[in-house]
Ligand binder design. Structure first.
Ligand code: BDR
Ligand code: CA
Length: 323
C-alpha cells in the first residue's frame, strides 16, 4: 500500500477519485489539499470533509489550498458540469467553520513520509506550485513522484481549442511544476477523455449498498453524464479524468508512458497549451530548454480501467462506515 497526498478541487470526477482512493486497497490517503477549480476553495474543502466523514476517515488531515491562480485573476467555475456545490444535485451538509491545518504543515507530512509518499494532483496546479514556492525544491522533491491530470498533447483541449482545464486554470503554476518538480507523470486528455464510466458500470456499482458512498454515486453520475451528453451528443457515460489519473498510480502497467520534456504556455493566445516536441530527431533542443523529461501517459487499456473502477467501487469496506 502506498501513501498518497492528494491535491483536488471537487468537482464530480474529483469526488469520485476521492472515493476511489479511499476504497482502493493499494492507496493509503495521508492528506488532502483542497483548492479552487471546479468550485470555490471553501466549497471544495467542505466537499472533501464531507466525503472523508462519510467514510469515517476524518482522521485524514485536510489542508486549505489556493483560492485563486498565481496571476491573481478572477476564476471561472463550472456549475453546469459539476453542480452549484460541486457534487451535482447534492446539497453538501457540511460547512467548515473550524480552523483547518496550516498549509505549511504539509511540509511536516512530506518530511515524515519522504520517499514513501506520492503526490497526486487532479486540480489546478496553484496549491502544488505554492508548496514549491514556500517549501522549496529540496523538501518537495523528497517525495517519490508526482502524478497529475492535465494537458492535451497533439489533440484538442477542453476549455479552449488548445488547452485543458487544469493547465489553463493556472498556466504559470503548471509551468512552474514542469520546471521544478522531479519525477512527474502527466495523465492528459489523450487518455482521460477515453476513461468513460458508462450507465452499465454505474448500474453495477449501485446494484447494492456496497459502502457508504454507494448512495451518492448515481445522482452525481447522472448530473455529470447529462452535462457531458450536452457537450458530446450520443456519448454513453462521461469521462472520469481524475479517477483514471489515480489508476495511473495504482496500476501504471495499464498505461503507455513516453518520456518527453513538457512546458505549458503562459502566452495569452495559447494559454495553458501543453507543449512538447514529438519530432523524432529534433527534440533535443527543446529538452535543453525545459531542462528535464516528464512521463506522459499517451494510451491505456480501457477494459482494465473499467474492471478496476467497478471492482474498487464495489468494495465492501469495513473501514468505510455510514455516519
Ligand atoms: C480536469 O478539469 C476538471 O474540471 C476536472 O475535474 C479534471 O481534473 C479535466 O480537464
Ligand atoms: Ca479536478
Amino acid at each position: 500500500m502506498g501513501k498518497v497526498l492528494l491535491f483536488t478541487d471537487p468537482g464530480i470526477d474529483d469526488s469520485m477519485a476521492i472515493m476511489f482512493a479511499l476504497l482502493h486497497p493499494d492507496v493509503e490517503l495521508v492528506g488532502v489539499v483542497s483548492g479552487y477549480g471546479n468550485v470555490e476553495q471553501e466549497q471544495a474543502t467542505d466537499n472533501v470533509v464531507y466525503l472523508l466523514r462519510l467514510a469515517g476517515r476524518d482522521d485524514i488531515p485536510v489542508f486549505a489550498g489556493a483560492k485563486f491562480p498565481l496571476s491573481g485573476e478572477l476564476v471561472s467555475y463550472y456549475p453546469e458540469i459539476h453542480g452549484e456545490e460541486g457534487l451535482g444535485p447534492i446539497e453538501v451538509p457540511v460547512e467548515i467553520e473550524e480552523e483547518l491545518l496550516n498549509f505549511t504543515d504539509l511540509f511536516d507530512l512530506i518530511e515524515e513520509h519522504g520517499n514513501d509518499l506520492t503526490i497526486i494532483d487532479v486540480g489546478r496546479l496553484t496549491s502544488l506550485a505554492m508548496a514549491f514556492i514556500l517549501g522549496g525544491e529540496e523538501i518537495m522533491n523528497q517525495v517519490n513522484g508526482i502524478f497529475l491530470m492535465g494537458g492535451a498533447f497533439l489533440v484538442p483541449g477542453n476549455v479552449t481549442p488548445l488547452a485543458e482545464a487544469n493547465f489553463h486554470g493556472d498556466p504559470i503554476a503548471a509551468n512552474l511544476i514542469m520546471e521544478r518538480a522531479e519525477n512527474v507523470a502527466i495523465v492528459p486528455l489523450n487518455v482521460t477523455e477515453y476513461a468513460i464510466v458508462t450507465d452499465e458500470m454505474i448500474n453495477e456499482v449501485t446494484s447494492q449498498e456496497f459502502n457508504a458512498f454507494t448512495p451518492l454515486i448515481e445522482p452525481i453520475y447522472e448530473f455529470y453524464s447529462e452535462a457531458y451528453g450536452r457537450l458530446v451528443p450520443g456519448i454513453n457515460g462521461a469521462p472520469f479524468h481524475d479517477v483514471v489519473t489515480i489508476t495511473a498510480y495504482t496500476n501504471p502497467a495499464n498505461f503507455t508512458f513516453i518520456e518527453k520534456p513538457v512546458s505549458v504556455s503562459v502566452e495569452p493566445e495559447t494559454r495553458g497549451q501543453s507543449i512538447s516536441d514529438f519530432r523524432p530527431e529534433k527534440a533535443e533542443d527543446f529538452e535543453e530548454e525545459v531542462g528535464q523529461d516528464h512521463w506522459l501517459a499517451m494510451d491505456f487499456n480501457y477494459s482494465e480501467f473499467a474492471r478496476e473502477f467497478t471492482e474498487t467501487m464495489t468494495t465492501r469496506s469495513g473501514e468505510v462506515e455510514n455516519e
